[in-house]
Design a protein around this ligand. Structure first.
Ligand SMILES: Cc1ncc(COP(=O)(O)O)c(C=O)c1O
Length: 532
């Protein structure tokens, strides 16, 4: 039975049915009967037959045992087909428009492991995982179990005079996996807040006003981090931003030194691998930057919000270059995709300089920063990564994908460059040589920088049920598959990409037609906007 398909169903009737599903699950828990989930059965039946078993075999385990007496979840299930209308009305209507134009406006109703499922039961292989936040795959059952246990234990939270052991344990677990000396942690609710915290603490520790970051960098969108971000289009209309923030090209030590020489720079912040286009650092760059920071008394902040926790085939990307920064920032994958959480990790003496007196002990806080659920999910995620060897697995699967992509590059001229470190992968596309295809390429670029990769991204999604993402205003497709990815799933992706690339190498391809139509509509809209 598909609870969402028949729009003629009244909302009340759908609500009742969905509530019954939730209730039935609960009754079965109470009666000791084995749990079965109607929605999950539907989903399994509708899954592609070739879906192989991911590394986490518990992924199809028991559904959540819960009573939702208020009917919130039943209502959400019943109203699944209104999702995008609700978002357009009350959330981010222009993003809903973009999803519609690109054909991404699906009614996803659930997610598990490497897959999302839409209302019709179609499975979508997720090679993006929300920019890496669902790094353990979606709804990892062991993290979920930990969260349920934490809820069932009625632990306390939000009490200013209290520390939960979970927070100390998570801080301890993080520091044990980082270079020695990084032993003091501040927990925040978002990556941007961790970046902001590091900016404040670096100023307090050095007494200096300025910050240096890199061109094309990304550090978040609140005012502090946005002042560091490398691309202007994120900032347009939001100024004035924080004064004293300058950017230098990623990889250019001379320009960095020129900035640091004045000895008024509190911190240099860098992503070890730039997430926007998956740009790898030139040899010796990060070590050189660290050395310059030490020489001029500048704090060296490594933003691992995207690269951390196994993503690059190491616990932290900084291990590839033996870095020993003053700050490491962690976020995204830290709660296994369940809870908002991020962390700033630094040295005790830096922490103390910022807030290390009785009077100042309250001046840097975050209401939900170390809440029990985020802390429990963080600990569970670290334990899953450790137990299942996911760091090594990510390194292995990264080379499987890289080899497969390099082989495709040999065969398709449109694949210009593959950049990869573990499971952080960028596919840069280049201009096709054939005359018509090249004209299309020019038209598409005239309409919008960043539209061209949709030539691949749209049909991967539409025809093959594979989710990837264009990396922004450039020609890069970014892949951040789950660390739990199996070889079979990697193969499904590579085969799908092979088919799509073959279709695109031909000017009559329907893929070109779709993106060309988007480009033409965009150009018309831009012309109209200029006239009004
Ligand atoms: C490297 C990096 N830093 C900071 C952030 C900001 O994190 P959040 O969106 O949780 O504020 C991001 C988000 O994509 C990021 O990739």
């Amino acid at each position: 039975m598909n609870l969402y398909a028949n729009s003629a169903f009244s909302l009340n009737r759908r609500r009742q049915l969905c509530q019954r599903v939730v209730d039935e699950r609960w009754t079965q828990v109470g009666s000791g009967l084995p749990l079965r989930s109607t929605t999950r059965e539907t989903r399994v039946l509708d899954c592609p037959k070739n879906r192989d078993t991911p590394i986490v075999t518990k992924a199809d385990s028991q559904p959540i045992h819960c009573v939702d007496a208020l009917g919130v979840v039943a209502d959400a299930m019943a109203r699944a087909d209104e999702t995008l209308d609700l978002a357009a009305r009350h959330l981010d209507s222009s993003l809903v428009d973009v999803l519609g134009i690109l054909g991404f406006d699906k009614h996803y109703v659930s997610a598990q492991g490497s897959y999302l499922y839409d209302a019709a039961g179609r499975a979508y292989l997720d090679f993006h995982t929300g920019e890496g936040f669902a790094s353990l795959g979606h709804n990892h059952p062991d993290v979920r179990d930990t969260l349920q246990a934490a809820l069932a234990a009625d632990l306390l939270d939000g009490v200013q005079i209290h520390y939960s052991p979970l927070a100390g344990m998570l801080a301890e677990a993080l520091t044990q996996r980082l270079p020695p000396g990084l032993d003091a942690v501040f927990f925040a609710s978002a990556g941007a807040e961790a970046v902001d915290s590091a900016m404040k603490f670096a100023r307090a520790a050095t007494g200096r006003p300025r910050f240096i970051s890199c061109e094309s960098s990304f550090h978040g969108v609140t005012y502090g981090p946005l002042s560091l971000v490398g691309d202007e289009f994120f900032k347009e209309g939001f100024g004035p931003l924080l004064p004293g923030c300058e950017r230098v090209p990623f990889g250019d030590l001379e320009r960095l030194e020129a900035q640091l020489k004045a000895k008024d720079v509190a911190a240099f912040i860098v992503e070890p691998i730039q997430g926007r286009m998956v740009t790898l650092p030139p040899d010796g760059y990060l070590q050189g930057a660290q050395e310059l920071c030490r020489r001029y008394g500048t704090m060296f902040i490594v933003d691992e919000i995207q690269t951390g926790l196994g993503r690059t085939g190491k616990w932290f990307a900084l291990e590839h270059w033996d870095l020993e920064p003053d700050f490491v920032l962690v976020g995204k994958a830290l709660s296994g995709g369940y809870m908002p959480v991020a962390a700033m990790v630094t040295r005790r003496e830096i922490f103390q300089k910022a807030v290390g007196t009785l009077e100042r002990s309250y001046v840097h806080q975050s209401t939900y920063g170390r809440n029990r659920l985020s802390m429990a999910a963080g600990l569970a995620s670290l334990r899953v990564i450790e137990r299942d060897g996911l760091v090594e697995h990510a390194a292995h699967m990264g080379s499987v994908l890289r080899d497969g992509l390099l082989e495709l590059q040999q065969r398709y001229e449109m694949v210009k460059e593959i950049r990869a470190c573990g499971l952080m992968i960028g596919i840069e596309l280049g201009a096709p040589k054939a005359r018509m295809a090249r004209l299309n390429w020019q038209l598409i670029h005239m309409a919008s920088e960043g539209l061209f990769p949709q030539l691949i991204v749209i049909p991967l999604h539409r025809d093959h049920g594979v989710i990837t993402m264009a990396a922004g205003k450039n020609d890069v497709i970014k892949l951040l598959p789950p660390l739990t990815l199996s070889e079979g799933e990697a193969r499904i992706f590579l085969d799908a990409l092979d088919t799509v690339l073959a279709e695109c190498h031909g000017s009559s391809s329907k893929n070109f037609a779709v993106v060309r139509d988007i480009a033409t509509t965009t150009l018309r809209r831009q012309a109209r906007a200029k006239l009004t």
